[in-house]
Design a protein around this ligand. Structure first.
Ligand code: HEM
Length: 102
């Protein structure tokens, strides 16, 4: 824990979004770069309680993007993205877009 002393009875807060922006782990930690390799993010947790559905979730996202990008010709932001307000599992809450169908 980076030399931090944790005493019995101390309260801790687990924050996956913070871990995913750890400057000791990621270059440009605040930049969304889906092509990072390796990409040791903790969006699905870690250790004994790592997400049991992560393979299904990855497959759903892959198939969604494959089908989506097959059907559109152009895509642009049409508003301000909003994120979930969470210290635990973060993500995009809404992402307004304008697109042209293929
Ligand atoms: C993008 C989608 C998903 C994200 C970001 C996500 C994220 C997470 C995270 C961070 C944890 C760890 C929680 C902790 O440390 O206590 C977790 C646990 C878990 N997830 Fe997911 N999850 C996703 C999708 C799914 C799906 C689709 C399923 C089931 C079909 C699922 C089932 C579970 C279960 C059962 C656990 C508890 C594992 C345990 O405590 O042993 N998740 N998930």
């Amino acid at each position: 824990m980076s030399g931090q002393q944790i005493r019995a009875g101390d309260w801790l807060m687990l924050s996956f979004p913070s871990a995913n922006r750890d400057e000791a782990v990621f270059d440009d930690p605040f930049v969304f770069r889906p092509d990072r390799k390796p990409n040791p993010h903790l969006a699905f947790g870690y250790g004994a309680h790592v997400c049991l559905g992560q393979h299904l979730a990855r497959m759903e996202m892959r198939i969604f993007f494959e089908e989506f990008f097959d059907r559109i010709e152009a895509l642009e932001l049409s508003g301000t993205p909003r994120r979930t307000i969470s210290t635990f599992v973060g993500g995009v809450k809404s992402l307004p877009i304008r697109f042209a169908a293929a």
